[in-house]
Design a protein around this ligand. Structure first.
Ligand code: ZN
Length: 297
């Protein structure tokens, strides 16, 4: 199942640098080949958010009482729509995980808000959908051990911090060394790439580290953050992957997980290419490949 909602598109002031239109375009693109699989996710409730986030932070986000600095750190102006979007997106990854555990695969057409920490948001991330979803699966007794495969070009610092010291959740982050966040957290496994890294080096590195992460995690469930921002044309990425290279990346991840019978929930994470259609192409290719691999069409 594919989870998407119109609230993923948050109205922003003119000139805001976040490419919000990618969510509407991706939803439209995916509707073109998988409309029957698309579902509207429930919003994550307070009880679900509290397993990964500080209660005071959830309240302040919900009521719009974060101080100016904390709001600026998130990068979006506060609005009821911002709260709704953040809750729906966490709910979508949660639903994708539930479905993955039932049927092998679930997809959120947003999510991957991995810079959200327990008690603060950052870098366009309000709530950490992967963390909220992983905790929900544990509490619901659906999965005990979870592997987060974070291939967004930026380090999954919020996820790493939330699960720091938790032996049941393994966090793998493959990211640019010179990129945001400049003060990195410590994931279970971090792989730092140099600026300009291209397809071959990227795929060789991933091919080596992923089996190690799977062995260490022995997961009941994987959550895959399929960021579009390692793309050469990304404004924020600093790497040089092609679209074909990104498709190979997705194939590598999905094949490795499938080979060991590990269910996977996929979230889209970042993408800031000059041309928003490039971001949509990359995400849509991930969705297509995942559906094919799992025999859904
Ligand atoms: Zn990113």
């Amino acid at each position: 199942m594919i989870y998407a909602h119109t609230s993923f598109v948050l109205p922003l002031p003119a000139g805001h640098r976040f490419p919000m239109s990618k969510y509407a375009r991706l939803r439209e693109r995916v509707s073109g080949f998988a409309a029957a699989l698309m579902h509207v996710p429930e919003a994550a409730g307070d009880a679900e958010l509290r397993r990964a986030h500080d209660e005071g932070y959830i309240d302040a986000v919900s009521r719009g009482t974060l101080d100016e600095r904390a709001q600026r750190r998130i990068g979006f102006p506060w609005s009821p729509a911002m709260v709704e979007r953040s809750r729906r997106s966490a709910g979508a990854t949660l639903a994708a995980c539930r479905h993955a555990l039932d049927a092998g695969l679930g997809i959120n057409l947003a999510g991957g808000t991995h810079h959200a920490h327990r008690a603060h948001g950052e870098g366009f991330c309000v709530f950490n959908d992967a963390a909220v979803a992983a905790r929900a699966m544990q509490v619901e007794g659906r999965a005990r051990r979870v592997l987060v495969v974070d291939l967004d070009v930026h380090q999954g610092d919020g996820t790493a911090a939330i699960f720091d010291g938790d032996a049941d959740v393994t966090t793998l982050s493959v990211h640019g060394r010179q990129n945001f966040p400049f003060r990195k957290a410590r994931s279970s496994i971090d792989v730092e790439l140099d600026d300009g890294t291209g397809d071959d080096a990227y795929l060789a590195t991933l091919g080596a580290v992923l089996p190690r992460a799977i062995d260490r995690a022995r997961p009941d469930l994987a959550i895959y953050l399929a960021g579009a921002d390692p793309y050469a044309g990304d404004r924020l990425g600093r790497l040089s992957l092609t679209k074909a290279g990104l498709a190979d990346r997705d194939r590598l991840v999905l094949e490795r997980l499938a080979a060991q019978g590990i269910p996977v929930a996929i979230a889209m994470a970042g993408g800031y290419a000059e041309d928003v259609d490039d971001v949509v192409d990359i995400h849509a290719a991930t969705v297509t490949l995942a559906l094919e691999r799992h025999g859904v069409s």
